[in-house]
Write a protein that binds this ligand. Sequence first.
Ligand SMILES: Cc1cc2nc3c(=O)[nH]c(=O)nc-3n(C[C@H](O)[C@H](O)[C@H](O)COP(=O)(O)OP(=O)(O)OC[C@H]3O[C@@H](n4cnc5c(N)ncnc54)[C@H](O)[C@@H]3O)c2cc1C
Length: 434
Amino acid sequence: MQILNDNSCSWINDLSPRTNIKTLQSIKNSDWLIVGAGYTGLSAARKLGQMHPNKKIIIVDAQLAGEGASGRNSGYLVDTTLNDGFSSNKKLENYKKKANIYDLGIEAVKKFVEEYQVDCDWNECGKYFASSKLEDHKILTNFSDTLLKLEFEHNLLSSSELSKKLGTSFYNIALYTKGGILLHPGKLVRAMIDALPNNVQLYENSSLLEWNKDKNIISCNFKNGKIKTNKIIFATNGFLKSLGIRANYNFPVTLTASMTRALTDEEFRSMGEPKEWGVLPVRPMGATIRMTKDRRILIRNTAEAHNPFKMSQPDLYKRSINQKIGIKKRFPQLPDDIIQSSWSGIVSRTRNSSQIFECIDDNVFVAGCYNGSGIGVGTLFGEQIAIKASNETTKEIEIIEARNKPTRLPPQPFLNIGVKARLMYERLRAKSDL
Ligand SMILES: Cc1cc2nc3c(=O)[nH]c(=O)nc-3n(C[C@H](O)[C@H](O)[C@H](O)COP(=O)(O)OP(=O)(O)OC[C@H]3O[C@@H](n4cnc5c(N)ncnc54)[C@H](O)[C@@H]3O)c2cc1C
């Protein structure tokens, strides 16, 4: 497997190029090895470095650190995700457990941002779950009942209120939740790279090819080097399955997104000069669409089970055409060549949308599978898996471990058929809102 950087994501292109990039070229020993340098791995490395200043900690990434999903997502730090309402107290209780984890995730990112004075365009502006279909009113009123029971501040909005706030008359109904945060995902992950403590060594463009455990030593092979380590944390999210980690419980999904150039004054005026906003779809496969603080529009409207690690340029181009259509449906006044960049990214899913946070063997740990909440939950899980790997516990770990555990996936070929059929069905259901 080869993972390559593709230079096509506007968030990453906004950042200054990094220097002093080291690639693994020799044999090393470590107390801890972390595989994967996104929010999860970088947070784990930071926490381990702080907890064990005299230990040797190595973090590796197959590509440049932070340039996987962590640097190329839509930037919603979520307090809630949409569910269609609950028929039983048990389901409500499960939703509460999930929301408690989101809350801890927001706290973890907020603490990091405050402690390291991170400028990541943090905006506590909330978010909208919006739909062009009036019949989605029922889904949103059910959701509103759930949020009311759990005391989340929110309100339902009609089309006229929405068009003022969003600058488009495309949407007919929405539910606004106050707790969500919008941010620049690239700036956040870059700050996590910069915050790595001195006793953490980072090796990039260094892909773990295979690993084995013999008694208390874990041996890891890379193209041009080896690492022998006492403990290992897998933080490779969308790549967990390809490394054989909890392979019967998670599978990769490829998402694509596009971003426009900054709108001109005239274009922005034509929308009524809205403040920064973020819309999530009411139906799972509809478009996530966001107006950034510097007047760019981001759209993500695909999720696919094929195209595993690197989408070809022609495939990406086809998706960007659909993304242009998605933008023009909402803002017909914009020109055809408004998209500046399009990119793909890999995430990981479980059957019941529950996260992985486990010790899978003595001294072997894994955290991942966040289902659209990886900014907060990835940061939280990274920090907490480091604490767990240090044989300590916290109230956060107790809350994380009280969640529902991921359920086993069906065997192949049923898994592939099931996932593709489900994604296709959801895409059809959300067709008007792509
Ligand atoms: C288009 C898109 C939009 C999204 N929108 C949102 C959003 O708005 N809000 C939200 O919370 N989440 C969102 N997500 C999901 C979020 O980005 C992820 O959940 C999060 O980045 C997971 O972080 P991570 O550190 O666990 O994994 P990643 O960021 O994927 O990091 C894993 C790293 O492991 C490395 N790796 C893999 N295999 C190997 C190997 N063999 N050897 C060494 N390194 C390896 C990869 O190169 C990668 O850098 C989105 C994702 C995408 C793609």
